[in-house]
Write a protein that binds this ligand. Structure first.
Ligand SMILES: [Zn+2]
Length: 278
């Protein structure tokens, strides 16, 4: 069913990849007494499309920043959205799940979209603390500047707790990974898709209770896992991890053909988050 028929689509777009290690991925990995091993990390942004419009959750990272940080960037949103039949100007709102560099790149591709993020997240990344090395490593100053500019232009919506972006499209602040990390609950396909972004990088964090290596607040991160586990236990609720290649195994590949005259950039993959595989 296409968006024009009234269905809401929720898509994960894999646009980047890197090989990392388990020791770099999990907080105090040595506590678990297991040998280290390589693991793949995917980079995604997410698209929600319905009769009202097109929404993005995060905007990936820019090719230049990816090159400097040695992450392969296969496409930016402006390169990939046309494959889905979406022009960047069709995007009405961009949800910023948190202020890390791999989620806040390419904001300049959406100069007219309304940006939405948690007030605590914005306050943190525009505060002096964000310049301290352990935090500054994860942000790009010019991208935080882009958020400041959006605020000056009255294009930035800040919220605390919960925010309804559209009917059946709720944002919930959970913190933990960053001071105002949010998750998105999207009603679609008769169920609810939970876009956890970096409240859950890998399913193993919730399924084996293993905090991710980068965090602002460890108790908050455990509480966010509890929130996600409770959501996932509800019938028809699909949990979507923010960096896990398993997302592409747990959900079906998006079936629609590329828009006329377009082709998906090599290395990208679009997954239908309303279609869990049996
Ligand atoms: Zn991330």
């Amino acid at each position: 069913m296409s968006a024009s028929e009234g269905a809401r689509e929720v898509l994960a777009v894999k646009f980047g990849h890197r090989v990392t290690t388990r020791a770099q991925t999990y907080h105090n990995f040595h506590f678990y007494g297991e040998p280290d091993a390589e693991m793949d990390i995917d980079y995604y942004f997410w698209v929600v499309r319905d009769a009202r419009g097109v929404y993005l959750v995060d905007t990936g990272f820019s090719p230049a920043v990816g090159a400097r940080r040695r992450r392969a960037c296969h496409a930016t949103p402006a390169e990939l959205l046309p494959v889905l039949g979406i022009a960047p100007d069709d995007v009405t709102a961009v949800v910023v799940s948190h202020g890390h560099w791999d989620h806040t790149g390419n904001l300049g591709q959406f100069p007219r979209a309304q940006l939405v993020m948690a007030e605590a997240e914005y306050a943190f990344w525009t505060s002096p603390l964000a310049a301290r090395t352990q935090f500054a490593e994860h942000r790009e100053a010019q991208e935080i500047e882009a958020l400041r500019r959006a605020r000056a232009q009255d294009r930035l919506t800040l919220f605390s707790g919960q925010y309804t972006l559209a009917p059946g499209f709720e944002l919930t602040e959970v913190g933990g990974h960053t001071p105002g990390e949010l998750i998105a609950l999207v009603a679609a396909g008769g169920g609810t898709t939970v876009l956890a972004s970096d409240a859950l990088h890998f399913y193993e964090e919730v399924e084996r209770d293993r905090p991710f290596a980068i965090l602002a607040d460890l108790p908050g991160m455990y509480r966010a896992y509890d929130t996600l586990a409770q959501l996932a236990a509800q019938p028809g609720t699909h949990l979507v991890a923010g960096h896990d290649p398993a997302v592409r195994a747990r959900f079906a590949r998006y079936a629609a053909a590329p828009a006329a005259g377009t082709a998906a950039p090599a290395g990208t993959e679009v997954t239908d988050l309303t279609a869990p595989r049996p």
